[in-house]
Write a protein that binds this ligand. Structure first.
Ligand code: NAD
Length: 247
């Protein structure tokens, strides 16, 4: 395939729905070449791709489970067979777990950390090598307000998102001399399928706790990612996008 060197590129993991889809669209609108990773739901991936095609954009889809080392390596190989630069990596892929600790099995715990933490590590490891080699880059990890303040019945998820913050801060220091910036976005309650378990009463109750008086939408998080992509003197930061929630 053609090597497109002049346009900036971005890889968004878990980017075919929810927040990731909004992030992919934001970067398409900004003129980036966008590669969207998905792990299993090909039907949704193809539907998202054709939705973007109808808007005049041509994102590339790559299938890989971010928790799998070989699949992540293969994803980056495929990426660099198309593009010879990676400007932005957005580690958005994530899973939640709503369970009291007594019901949390070791498998549940490990799966949450495998996707939310190991997946981010594996993608950052591949990206770091290439970004250092090309003189710089930007990594954006998607954490959560629960990683900052903790949520009842979401201990594994909250702990994994706290790990995302610690990882981001450490890696930002390690990669700063190589001109690679590493930040994270910490969304509050965003209206995606991740929150579909809430009843409408619970949603109303949550909204009443948000100073801006509404749930967030994917575009709110996407705008924060676009800001971090261009914020050349910002690294190691946690940018909350929660309408003032849990402050
Ligand atoms: P979502 O379930 O709609 O999207 C998650 C995406 O990650 C999906 O596309 C899913 O297929 C993908 N994914 C899951 N496991 C994967 C794997 N192993 N490999 C590759 N992709 C995988 O949920 P969302 O709300 O859009 O969440 C996106 C990110 O934002 C997640 O990291 C989530 O933890 C975080 N977040 C969400 C909220 C919220 O309120 N929705 C708040 C804070 C943080």
């Amino acid at each position: 395939m053609e090597n497109l060197t002049d346009t900036k590129t971005v890889l968004v993991t878990g980017g075919t729905k929810g927040i990731g889809k909004a992030i992919a669209l934001e970067f398409l609108q900004l003129g980036y070449e966008v590669v969207i990773n998905y792990s299993s739901d090909e039907e949704t991936a193809l539907a998202t791709q054709s939705e973007f095609n109808m808007l005049g954009y041509c994102p590339v889809l790559i299938c890989a489970d971010v928790s799998d080392e070989n699949q992540v390596r293969e994803m980056f190989r495929e990426f660099f067979s198309i593009y010879d630069r990676l400007d932005i990596l957005v580690n958005n892929a994530g899973i939640s777990l709503y369970e009291v600790i007594q019901d949390t099995s070791l498998d549940d715990w490990d799966r949450v950390f495998a996707v939310n933490v190991r997946g981010m590590f594996l993608c950052c490891r591949e990206a770091a090598d290439k970004m250092i080699g090309s003189g710089g880059g930007c990594i954006i990890n998607i954490s959560s307000v629960w990683g900052e303040v903790g949520a009842s019945c979401e201990v594994a998820y909250s702990a994994s998102k706290a790990a995302v913050i610690g990882f981001t801060k450490a890696l930002s220091k390690e990669l700063a001399p190589s001109n690679v910036r590493v930040n994270c976005v910490s969304p509050g309650i965003i209206d995606t399928s991740m929150n579909s378990r809430f009843t409408s009463e619970e949603i109303e109750d949550l909204i009443s706790q948000v100073p801006l008086g509404r749930l967030g939408v994917g575009e709110d998080v996407a705008k924060a990612c676009a800001y971090l992509a261009e914020a050349s003197y910002v690294t190691g930061e946690v940018l909350p996008v929660g309408g003032g929630f849990a402050k």
